[in-house]
Design a protein around this ligand. Structure first.
Ligand SMILES: C[S@@+](CC[C@H](N)C(=O)[O-])C[C@H]1O[C@@H](n2cnc3c(N)ncnc32)[C@H](O)[C@@H]1O
Length: 224
């Protein structure tokens, strides 16, 4: 990012209840070996023979990340999440499923994006980001014009971005930003395309809670 100011905090808590001992142990033993580099890097280089590199931003408890990674062992997945309990939960999923194709950025995804080269990812997921529904908090939303430009920058031509939310105002907000982002094209042709979960979607934990004010909406974009 070019701004001289750090971005506003887009997440709620960094930690909630105490992390269970088994997950805490994984934070000490597994996380260091999975942590994404702290300097600029080429994502596919993180796994020998990786066919593609995919990123999930704000993976929560890691259910979607682990399920997608289990289905595609040839793809290198990077998950970004600052919420420590979420990271610990994701490590449990990664460990239990024996996944060798997941790396983790346990921090703000915007720091990670800044380290990625142009055109280095095939897919990006932003699923049910914190809605920040009050107007005075909209500036905290993860999806802003500069973040959208970063997402477009790191996607390869033909690469895809999926944004999902069940907050109507955040859907409208994101649609306006993403359709105005140079290089991104919305793929929807009919209402069913955004109302119906895509065939490759894995239901997330937040999505299941139905905390929003509308049915889940899925916005799929392709990099032109
Ligand atoms: C509402 S939760 C949804 C979690 C998950 N995607 C799901 O659907 O179950 C949003 C998540 O995004 C994370 N988040 C917020 N800002 C973020 C940022 N700048 N970078 C990475 N993750 C972020 C939060 O910590 C939180 O876990």
């Amino acid at each position: 990012m070019t701004s001289s100011h750090p971005p506003l905090r887009s997440y709620g808590r960094l930690k909630s209840r105490p992390i269970k001992p088994r997950q805490a142990a994984l934070m000490d033993t597994l996380l260091p070996s999975l942590r994404a580099p702290q300097e600029p890097f080429e994502p596919r280089a993180l796994m020998a023979g990786a066919a593609e590199a995919w990123l999930e931003i704000g993976f929560g408890g890691g259910e979607h990340l682990a399920a997608q990674a289990a289905k595609r062992p040839e793809v290198l997945f990077i998950g970004a999440e600052p919420f420590q309990n979420g990271v610990a939960s994701a490590l449990r999923h990664i460990h239990e499923a024996g996944l060798a194709n997941v790396r983790v950025h346990d921090g703000d995804a915007r720091e990670l994006l800044a380290r990625l080269p142009d055109a280095s990812l095939e897919r990006i997921f932003v699923l049910f980001p914190d809605p920040w529904p009050k107007a005075r908090h909209h500036k905290r939303r993860l999806l802003q014009r500069d973040t959208a430009a970063e997402l477009a920058r790191v996607l390869k031509p033909g690469g895809r971005l999926r944004f999902a939310s069940d907050w109507a105002n955040y859907v409208d907000w994101s649609l306006e930003i993403l359709t105005a982002t140079p290089g991104l094209r919305w793929t929807a042709q009919r209402a069913a395309d955004w109302r119906t979960p895509p065939a490759d979607h894995v239901t997330t934990r937040y999505e299941e809670k139905r905390l929003g004010d509308c049915a889940p909406v899925f916005l799929d974009f392709v990099k032109g």
